[in-house]
Design a protein around this ligand. Sequence first.
Ligand code: NAI
Ligand code: MG
Length: 512
Amino acid sequence: MATDTLTRSPLEGDASRPNVYRNLIDGEWLESTTGQTFENLNPADTRDVIGIFQKSGKADVEAAVEAAKRAFAKWRLVPAPRRAEIVFRAAELLLEQKDVFARDMTREMGKVLAETRGDVQEAADTAYYMAGEGRRLFGPTTPSELPNKFAMAVRNPVGVCGMITPWNFPMAIPSWKLLPAIVCGNTCVIKPAEDTPLSTFNLVRVLMDAGLPKGVINIVTGFGPEAGAPIVENPNVDAVSFTGSSEVGRMVGTAAAQNFKHCSLELGGKNPMIVLDDANLDLAIEGGIWGGFGTTGQRCTATSRIIIQKGIYHKFVDRFVERAQKLRVGNGLDEKTEMGPAINREQMDRDLSYMEIGQREGAKLKCGGHRLDKGDYQYGYFVEPTVFVDVDPKMRIAQEEIFGPVVAIIPCDGLEDAMEIANDTRYGLSTSLYTKDVNKAFAAMRDLHAGITYINAPTIGAEVHLPFGGVNQTGNGHREGGVGAIDFYTQWKAVYVDYSDRLQRAQIDRAE
Ligand code: NAI
Ligand code: MG
């Protein structure tokens, strides 16, 4: 790599040479101390190099954490409404550049433009919500048990927050973490997924343009073990927020516990959609297609199990499969495409392996099951939308997160049976029920064991001001979105003000 390329500003470039992006530490764009870089490739066409990014290591993380720590001393004292105004301006800038950022994201991530526009919109929505939070950050005032004494609880920032994010929502997920964190007065070090760093750059650049002071957000790019783990292990990082696989989540949680850090883990799902005999069938089919194959099935909330009552089972299956077969798979930059590629070779191989596992287990493969590699497909990681029917709920394809366009259809006798199947999972993120019976709907809202339940909509479609997260092994109990995020990025301080001018002992001095 010629050094002149490395010293160019992060967004310059020409058609013949990909842009080179550097880490953002203390407001400066810096090369990694490792001297190494990696390529960000388009999963729909790997001949397309989106950019060159720094392959960072522990020393880069340490510098970023130091910068965040220095910035925290000042940033925590900036009034929250002022901090929030920067976030509000960033929302406006994001929307002005929505199409540019969506195209960048489709190139680096593969999902279709309608979805990447939605991803940018979600970051803007989060920014608007969190900007409003700057004038709330409410805490309770409450009566004291003693006379002439005042009591309240205030929210204080936690300190330096480390964030490790995945590739499936490359701008929205960083926004869920960064924006509440900074409005609450924290400073951040983020390591975006190695497959999709550009969208995090776009988000953070917009925040800088909106007036964010240097060091408040620092970006260190690279791979998990070299650039992610040192964030979690660094004793000056006070909180860690991670979204990704259960396997890495367990390591992050264990490492964070060594220093008693706040730690939020958002992991997998095996999300069921139940369709009862009385459901609006057209609606359920449309919802199942969107929930199962949107984002190529690469959502933690993807509809990966569809549980159908026997009275409409065959009708549903026939029409669902017909729709799945017709989905237009291709490059997400083409407006006509309905489903893009898998994110990388590893994920594609994983999808293909589960397509084989399902057949070996005895599930009936109704459509899909193969890689697409003819013509233009050969340059990307495309697989067919795949539907298995007559799936036994204990099969691996009904229990394990595939994270690909593979839907397992399971027959059931009725709501009770369906909920038993739905709840028989190690995860518990999102669930859905299609019915017109209000009694059944309310029973399901109570008894589906998950963080999210949709009625007459598929398992995807979370809005940013509601709690997002799950039960069981989907996470460790925290919620992102809305006030749940504020809870994570602040710590309570109880304040007592005694204006009685005498020693008053709680629990002891009681005026009987
Ligand atoms: P991953 O969990 O390996 O990666 C997520 C993030 O963690 C990335 O930024 C990665 O660099 C980082 N990371 C990896 N190893 C690390 C370590 N030892 N210490 C600290 N950080 C580390 O997920 P991957 O490999 O991209 O996908 C594998 C599977 O994970 C998917 O097939 C899917 O099942 C699940 N997944 C779930 C997501 C969700 O939204 N809950 C998002 C992405 C993946
Ligand atoms: Mg991994």
